[in-house]
Design a protein around this ligand. Structure first.
Ligand code: SAJ
Length: 427
């Protein structure tokens, strides 16, 4: 079986490497020549646990080849970015270009699978785009059981950065085809490597399911972030409050933080808002609450900085979330940027997962990347922004004479627990 993976980024590359490791012949197609040559040299162009090892093996055995042109295949998996353009509209241009690129290589029996998170209606959109390019082939109609030579389905990716290779195999998957036959043809590919359950539905439902998964997480994180701001105002330790509320059998509050970063959760809910702006009120508000959190922390730091002349602010953690090295849409990075733009202070960054100062700050004299000791020693203000596990080993009692702002809960729960177990009623 031959698979052509379109887009060798955060989703496509792990998918291509994993499939090659399962014995498929895999062609990885990407327009980015630098990424393609790095992959062919066996080097992943971003960090993800175990990816490097899997990729080297895939390249060495010759089962994975990256190229800047697609090729005939049994399955085409589209895994390209679907950003939200200028904060206004879903940008499907990469999906459209992917379709235009693969259209000449389709043949009777090919299956096209869209994995990119996409607005409802996208699978039908790509089917009509592809069928316009290839009127010589018989195409499926939405929910119409008639004969088709090509199958088109949506199988949204669900993998968590930091745990991608395990989740690629272990997670349950949703497959929504243009028709039931399309779903089954896509299923025949996924069932060769997915150990989780595979659930079949139609493409519109599958598209919506993916969007509400991420919107649900966003809304729940917004609740936690709102609590953290309320707690600041009324003088309650939010970490302890959340932990204790979660002792209730039907309460499960997420963790407040610096805000919501990454390329998914901060974007996908907007696809829902865009499709039903009047109705999606809670989803929109949650986005706004989460987007405001870095701004809020920035202002808290400024308030505290007022008492110092040329203060040194040490920021612990700048990635988009704990235990990953990814800086995309990082709320912590936004805070550092704002501090530097504001001026009148020095910013020290300590992040064990970031090996060099982000290019964004190159040439800026007021910022340095330092180790944890220097960050603590030189700080007037310590801002704990991302809860990497390395930070759990810091001796927080040595921070006590510093001004600390903690967006991670590390100070409240140095060992991960805020509260001692209760012993029960006393006699
Ligand atoms: N965050 C909090 N508090 C929490 C949990 C997360 O503030 O309790 C923050 C993180 O620090 C980060 C952001 O939210 O900035 C998102 O992190 P995440 O770990 O929740 O999710 P992502 O963006 O890394 O990956 C999500 C996952 N979706 C869900 O868990 C529903 C993943 O399974 C998806 O594949 C991915 O989006 C995607 O690509 O859509």
């Amino acid at each position: 079986t031959k698979v052509c993976v379109v887009g060798l980024g955060y989703i496509g590359l792990p998918t291509a490497a994993m499939m090659a490791s399962r014995g498929f012949e895999v062609i990885g197609y990407d327009v980015n020549e630098t990424a393609v040559s790095s992959i062919n040299a066996g080097k992943a162009h971003f960090h993800e646990p175990d990816l490097q090892m899997l990729l080297s093996a895939a390249i060495n055995t010759g089962r994975l080849k990256a190229q800047t042109q697609p090729e005939e295949a049994d399955y085409f998996i589209i895994a390209v970015p679907t950003p939200f353009k200028d904060g206004k509209k879903p940008d499907m241009s990469h999906v459209e270009s992917a379709c235009d690129a693969i259209a000449p290589f389709l043949q009777a029996g090919s299956t096209v699978i869209l994995e990119s998170t996409s607005p409802v209606g996208s699978t039908e959109m790509i089917t009509s785009r592809l069928s316009a390019a290839r009127p010589d082939l018989a195409w499926p109609q939405y929910k119409d059981p008639g004969d088709a030579q090509i199958a088109v389905a949506h199988c949204p990716e669900r993998i968590l950065p930091g745990n991608m290779l395990r989740e690629l195999v272990a997670n349950d998957r949703i497959i929504g085809g243009m028709t039931d036959t399309c779903s089954r043809r896509a299923q025949s590919l996924y069932e060769t490597f997915v150990t989780g359950q595979i659930y079949i539905t139609d493409c519109r439902t599958a598209e919506f399911v993916k969007l509400i998964e991420n919107a649900s997480r966003d809304v729940n994180i917004a609740f936690a972030n709102e609590l953290s701001v309320i707690c600041d105002r009324i003088g309650v330790d939010v970490w302890q409050a959340v932990e204790l509320a979660n002792k209730h059998p039907r309460v499960s509050i997420l963790q407040p933080g610096t805000g919501v970063g990454g390329h998914c959760i901060a974007v996908d809910p907007w696809f829902i808002v865009d499709s039903a702006p009047e109705e999606a009120r809670l989803i929109r508000t949650a986005r706004e609450v989460n987007d405001r959190k870095p701004e809020y922390i920035f202002h808290r730091i400024l308030d505290l900085a007022d008492r110092f002349k040329n203060p040194v602010i040490s920021c612990f953690g700048i990635t988009y979330k704990a235990d990953v090295g990814d800086l995309r849409e990082s709320p912590a990075l936004k805070i550092v940027t704002k501090l530097l733009q504001h001026g009148g202070m020095r910013v020290l960054i300590c992040d064990p997962l970031v090996k060099s100062l982000p290019a964004l700050f190159s040439g800026c004299p007021d910022v340095d990347l330092v180790d944890a000791d220097a960050a603590r020693r030189e700080a007037d203000i310590v801002a704990l922004l991302v809860g990497h596990k390395q930070f759990k080993r810091l001796e927080f009692n040595r921070f006590l004479h510093k001004v600390v702002i903690d967006a991670t809960g590390l100070m409240s729960r140095p060992n991960g627990f805020a509260t001692e177990g209760h012993v029960g009623p006393r006699a």
